[in-house]
Ligand binder design. Structure first.
Ligand code: ADP
Ligand code: MG
Length: 475
């Protein structure tokens, strides 16, 4: 039993001496838990255990090298003194990486959905995001997002706890659940994860995830195609409705009206509604008051950018997903360089891994730092065609239409984004950009680049789209 960790909250199988050791460790964790922030505790201590406690040697089991080094560097003293308080004689302390120690990343006391959660931590080797996107199913859920592979820390802890509560008791306390915060901080991940967990627990339930833009698009189509009734009944018959980025309802009166009725139907039937937005309801301009008051009628939670330690743990987890163990310095370097957006952080990591993989190099701080530097100035090796293709795919528009003559708004904006990307990523000249997109006049390209540059400063969704496309380009 020496090598398997007794994991917190599930120590019932321990026998003999292990029980004693485990009690000591539970007591130590209890003390440490109250002396640290929740985020730090969860990140660094949750998956630890006591493998050996003898007079001259204490061995602590940890889930990975990063935790090991961090505990050694920062928490050795605290661990030692807390062990002493529990009456243990402490000599040397060692840390040992034990695979079993890494299994749990949720808060721990939600026993009944353990099994569905545990399986999902094992990410495939090629967990690159373009592959993952293909696994999106008709209910809009993407299985890559789970509560288990969401790192909890300062900034997202409350949102995470609420999501767990909703997973256990949908349609009750936190209804609707409304998460809001900046771009790339994990809102979509969390609300998708709740959807996945609920669907896993109840395969017959109708769990629907929809991005607001898509919702609007479908609605407009249903009006054109005279299928409005079918549209309405589809959403009104959901058991769980998850609507992402509801700020995009702003200024669209008809869809607001439709959504209001959908909302009421579901809410009255105690069906769970989950929403995300980049801002609190009161700050969404041109949103009907009656919707605003509905949106705050349950639980609304402000999500913040995860702190440094949490960002480190996220990078660690994502690297593990690619079967790569990164040097802690490299992780810290990335977490310092990209502070406000986890999507960008992941992009930087993917880029680093891809770069090193192709060249058969081990990622180092020097490489990471030069790539981040290059990023700021200019990358290489991408072709205009790749950029246009990725952009088209992101907006789900056929390539022919991107470069074709149509001027519908649905196509014009993606086309403008593609021009912007060619300008930003390749620094192509305007005449060349225009030609790549099948336009004759270079002023079109100039105008488009300027427009997207300006709009992306005020439009979070647009910024989001751009950073997602970039992530795919470098994934
Ligand atoms: P948002 O919807 O807030 O813009 P996303 O949910 O799309 O952000 O998150 C961006 C990326 O960062 C996703 O790939 C997501 O998996 C990842 N991410 C964000 N926060 C975390 C976290 N705490 N743990 C693990 N991954 C995270
Ligand atoms: Mg999102």
């Amino acid at each position: 039993m020496e090598n398997s960790c007794s994991i917190r909250y599930s120590n019932k199988h321990m026998k003999g001496q292990g029980v004693q050791q485990d009690d000591i460790w539970q007591a130590v964790l209890g003390e440490i838990e109250v002396s640290l922030s929740r985020g730090s505790f969860l990140t660094w201590f949750k998956n630890t255990c006591l493998l050996k406690q003898e007079e001259d040697l204490t061995i602590i089991g940890v889930s990975n090298i990063f935790v090991k080094q961090h505990l050694e560097k920062k928490y050795g003293g605290l661990i030692e003194s807390t062990l002493r308080k529990q009456g243990a004689t402490v000599g040397q302390i060692e840390y040992k990486i034990t695979p079993a120690a890494g299994r749990r990343r949720d808060l721990g006391n939600e026993k009944d959905f353990e099994s569905s959660q545990l399986t999902s931590l094992a990410m495939p080797a090629n967990a690159g995001s373009s592959v993952q996107n293909l696994r999106q199913s008709p209910n809009g859920l993407n299985e890559r997002y789970t509560l288990d592979n969401f790192i909890v820390g300062d900034g997202n802890e409350l949102a995470f706890a609420a999501c767990q509560a909703v997973t256990q008791q949908p349609g009750t306390k936190y209804n609707p659940l409304y998460l809001y915060g900046g771009v790339g901080i994990g809102k979509t991940h969390l609300i998708q994860a709740v959807g996945n967990a609920l669907q896993a627990r109840n395969p017959d339930a109708k769990v629907l995830y929809i991005a607001t833009e898509q919702f609007v698009r479908e609605f407009v189509q249903s009006l054109r195609g005279r299928t409005a009734a079918a549209f309405a009944s589809n959403y009104r018959s959901a058991d769980v409705l998850i609507v992402d980025d509801v700020q995009f309802l702003a200024g669209k009166d008809k869809i607001q009206e439709e959504f209001f009725h959908t909302f009421n139907t579901l809410h009255q039937a105690d069906k769970q509604i989950i929403m995300s937005s980049d801002k609190p309801p009161r700050d969404i301009a041109m949103l009907e008051d009656r919707l605003k008051s509905r949106f705050v009628g349950g639980m609304s939670i402000d999500m913040q950018v995860p702190d440094f330690e949490t960002r480190c743990a996220i990078i660690q987890l994502k690297a593990e997903g690619h079967q790569v163990t990164l040097d802690p310095e490299v992780i810290e370097h990335l977490a310092t360089a990209v502070q406000t957006n986890i999507r960008e952080l992941e992009g930087a990591l993917n880029q680093l891994l891809a770069w090193c993989d192709v060249r058969n190099l081990t990622p180092t701080v020097a490489i990471a730092s030069s790539l981040l530097q290059v990023n700021k100035t200019r990358p290489k090796h991408l072709s205009a065609k790749q950029i246009i293709e990725k952009t088209a795919r992101h907006f789900q528009i056929p390539l022919e239409e991107m470069v074709g003559p149509k001027r519908d708004k649905d196509i014009v904006v993606p086309r403008q984004v593609a021009m912007y990307m060619l300008h930003e990523e390749l620094r192509l000249s305007y005449p060349k950009i225009a030609r790549e997109l099948g336009r004759k006049d270079h002023t079109t390209a100039m105008h488009s680049v300027r427009k997207i540059t300006q709009e992306s400063q005020v439009d979070a969704a647009l910024r989001n789209a751009i950073s997602e496309i970039k992530e795919h380009l470098y994934a």
